[in-house]
Write a protein that binds this ligand. Structure first.
Ligand code: PLP
Length: 402
């Protein structure tokens, strides 16, 4: 099929006949974006859309950020796009140093996506448990409402029956526990469980900020039973909660943090941050990935990380986020259409009385891009650079489409 005969984007298939060569894994919106600038995306007709999706939490600095563009130009001038993980590059070394110097971690593994970061973390904890304890200690426990990716092991840790059912059997040795301490006290057997994975703020699962008290309880329990605590900060980390890492907002230090989405400003990159004793369990050849941490993406990520690790930006996210939360909570009283509001920083969810996808579609007409997080939950992920003025604009468009 040639470009000229392509149907409008979004029409994936009719009556079993494929009419676009793009695999129909997403219900794509009808508009096509041809340009991005700051908080806005533009379609072919020049229509402007305020982007409160940030590319599902990726474009933390908005679109066409001059610093990110410059970092790419500078990286291009080295001529180094890829050299393979058989060799070191200054960008990769510096990025690893920046991540460890600014976190609890001693060591970093770079990869290309969120799911790949979590899959890597699962392998590292299994090896750590095998080396330090026994082959029995291998189970990975996730919690209700969590989302960790779409590959076989991460899907086994993801609590979405419709995502899982068509692809069984999923990876073994991974289970999902109820999201409370009582259940975890029973599930977390010292002899068989190697790790617990959870998102401090559950994103896809409806925007749920996990209670710091619960997180502290999980920390105590895992420490006591020599179980690794993995925080999946792929969506909620790197500034989204108003702290560099979401674990800082919760006041709990995990043993592993996984990152991806915003890390390289829109280029694909994931990372697993871990303590030295976990890193010490991994021998050369035991894990790898061709593209992970290449010099080009690492150079851009180094810039993005330095921008997100900025107290003024983080304070804005905290202060404006609190304001946004107040405005959104006020909607619950004003309209029976908004039933509940949850969130923190620049990640907010609204439970709504109609299909959330319908409201998202009305947003397209009104020039506002927002997300769903479940059938009846809207999700807002504004760029972390959005000021009060952009939040106000987004809020007034949101009220109009509600
Ligand atoms: N973990 C969390 C918390 C996520 O939100 C996502 C993606 O939405 C993933 C993992 C998977 O990341 P990726 O789509 O890059 O594989």
């Amino acid at each position: 099929m040639t470009a000229a005969t392509l149907p409008p984007a979004g029409e994936q298939a009719t009556q079993g006949k494929v009419i676009s060569p793009l695999l129909g894994t997403y219900k794509r919106a009808p508009m096509e974006f041809v340009r991005g600038s700051g908080f806005y995306l533009y379609d072919g007709d020049g229509k402007e859309y305020l982007d409160f999706t940030s590319g599902i939490g990726v474009n933390a600095l908005g679109h066409a950020d001059p610093g990110v563009m410059q970092a790419m130009q500078t990286a291009m001038q080295t001529g180094l796009i890829h050299v393979s993980n058989l060799f070191r590059t200054p960008a990769g070394e510096r990025l690893a140093m920046a991540l460890t110097e600014n976190s609890f971690a001693d060591s970093v593994f770079f990869c290309n996506s969120g799911a790949e970061a979590n899959e890597g973390a699962f392998k590292f904890v299994r090896k750590w448990a095998r080396k330090n304890f026994s082959t029995e200690k291998s189970e990975i426990v996730a919690v209700r409402g969590g989302f960790h990716g779409r590959l076989f092991a991460t899907l086994a840790a993801t609590d979405r029956p419709s995502y899982r059912a068509p692809f069984r059997p999923l990876a073994g040795g991974i289970s999902i526990s109820e999201r409370n301490l009582e259940a975890l006290k029973v599930t977390l057997d010292r002899e068989t469980v190697a790790a617990v994975i959870l998102e401090p703020v559950q994103g896809e699962g409806g925007v749920r900020v996990l209670d710091p008290e619960f997180l502290r309880g999980v920390r105590e329990l895992t420490r006591e039973r020599e179980i690794v605590l993995i925080f999946d900060e792929i969506q909620c980390g790197l500034g989204r909660t108003g702290r560099l890492f979401a674990y800082e907002s919760a006041g709990v230090t995990p043993d592993i943090v996984t990152l991806a989405k915003p890390l390289a400003g829109g280029l694909p990159m994931g990372a697993v941050l871990m303590r030295a004793d976990i890193a010490a369990a991994i021998e050369p050849g035991e894990h790898g990935t061709t593209f992970g941490g290449g010099p080009f993406v690492a150079a851009v990520a180094e810039h993005v990380f330095s921008r997100l690790n900025d107290e003024a930006l983080l304070r804005n996210v905290r202060e404006n986020g609190e304001w946004l939360g107040e405005q959104l909570r006020a909607l619950v009283g004003q309209s029976e259409k908004v039933r509940a509001v949850r969130g923190t920083g620049y990640i907010w969810g609204l439970d709504v009385g109609e299909a959330a996808a319908n409201i998202v579609k009305r947003g397209w007409d009104a020039g506002l891009l927002i997300l769903t997080a479940g059938e009846h939950t809207l999700r807002l992920l504004p760029p972390l650079t959005a000021s009060r003025a952009e939040l106000e604009k987004g809020l007034s468009l949101l009220k109009a489409i509600l």
